[in-house]
Design a protein around this ligand. Structure first.
Ligand code: SF4
Length: 370
């Protein structure tokens, strides 16, 4: 069975109603538990839990320190193509947006590797592509991974969902982890945002996480895009998905990410705006629900917010990010996927981490483990 089958057990509206019906007594009960059910998670993301934000922050901080110590793992994304056959309505790389598409060659990818390494001692690289199987399929990804391998110890990709055998094949070229955003778990509304192309297939994307697990990937990253549907319901579905994946692929590590929509070419306006307090509540809720999950904050978020979260639940952060292919050296002016909010250099981010008594960790994996 794959998760798309399990998801059918959960009705979107009933889940929303259940979350909104939670009381402060439900929240307090959840906060007293060591192991939370998805019902407890719903209490922690409910409006009622806003009155317990300080207690949640203290618990989140405690669990994070117990499990991860005073460390923040550093990573950097490298966009290698913005070519895409999908038409996600919220994305600047949408195939209907007319601009010069870039597909980096292996030698250009190598130039980008050198540019990143000259900027900071990153060892965790996230390779990102649009979704175009013809120009950025498995062969292209394999070559990109082989090109990056000498420069970084830990390679993760954020690309179109692949077949199990393709994930397995890429692990032989150094692939360590995969990040994929389901964007929303609202099956009925999914096509509104993803009307055409491969990404319009809700089940193929959702069950991609099972294929990653079956391929034996070391780490799987997941997330929903905040700004599409009711965030409380979406993250509850994601918490259920995470629990399912943990039960089924217990050797794999997991990370979650809650990207809030940023301005992008095309001008799509978010349906939902999540406040900083709500994002903090969600972060604490996830940490209390799952003590071991890696909580990642990208440069989509503002410097002050990221600095505050690094001692309250965050465990990994990007820095110095460019969201355009070739943005570090080869094509500094190409179209970015979205505008970043934290434009500090990696050294400045590392300094801010140290100033809070935490240690930026550039290397937490060695090729020898692969
Ligand atoms: S979100 Fe990804 S798949 Fe959708 S248009 Fe943008 S790059 Fe393509």
């Amino acid at each position: 069975m794959a998760f798309s089958e399990e998801l059918k057990k959960y009705d979107w509206q009933q889940t929303t109603d259940a979350i909104l019906s939670k009381t402060i007594a439900d929240v307090d009960r959840a906060l007293r538990k060591q192991r939370l059910t998805d019902d407890d998670f719903m209490a922690l993301v409910s409006p009622a839990a806003a009155a317990r934000l300080e207690e949640m922050a203290a618990l989140s901080r405690m669990y994070t320190r117990q499990r991860f110590g005073n460390t923040i793992a550093m990573y950097i994304p490298m966009y290698i193509t913005n070519s895409c056959t999908n038409s996600c309505v919220y994305c600047g790389f949408n195939r209907h947006n007319h601009f010069d598409r870039v597909v980096l060659t292996p030698s250009q990818i190598e130039e980008e590797c050198k540019a990143i390494r000259s900027m900071a001692p990153f060892e965790n690289l996230l390779l990102v592509t649009g979704e175009n199987p013809k120009v950025a399929g498995t062969d292209y990804l394999e070559e990109a991974l082989r090109t990056c391998r000498p420069y970084f110890n830990n390679l993760t990709i954020e690309v179109m969902p692949l077949k199990t055998e393709d994930y397995k094949r890429l692990t032989l070229s150094g692939l360590n982890g995969v990040v994929c955003f389901q964007e929303t778990y609202n099956r009925a509304k999914y096509k509104t945002y993803h009307p055409a192309g491969m990404k319009s297939n809700f089940e193929w994307r959702l069950d991609g996480f099972d294929r990653m697990g079956q391929a034996g990937l070391h780490k799987i990253g997941m997330g929903v895009l905040i700004g599409l549907e009711d965030w409380r319901t979406d993250v509850t579905m994601m918490a259920r998905h995470l629990s399912y994946l943990r039960r089924t692929y217990w050797r794999t590590r997991f990370s979650v990410n809650f990207p809030r929509m940023r301005p992008a070419a095309g001008g799509f306006q978010p349906n939902i705006v999540m406040t900083d307090r709500e994002l903090a509540q969600l972060t604490f809720a996830f940490r209390i629900f799952d003590h071991d999950v890696d909580l990642s904050f990208s440069t989509r978020e503002r410097p002050d917010f990221r600095d505050n979260m690094l001692s309250l639940g965050a465990t990994s952060m990007s820095a110095g990010s460019k969201t355009d292919p070739g943005g570090y050296r080869v094509y500094p002016q190409s179209l970015e996927q979205f505008a970043v909010s934290d434009s500090r250099t990696p050294a400045e981010v590392a300094e801010a981490i140290r100033a809070r008594g935490y240690e930026p960790v550039w290397k937490d994996w060695d090729k020898i483990f692969d």
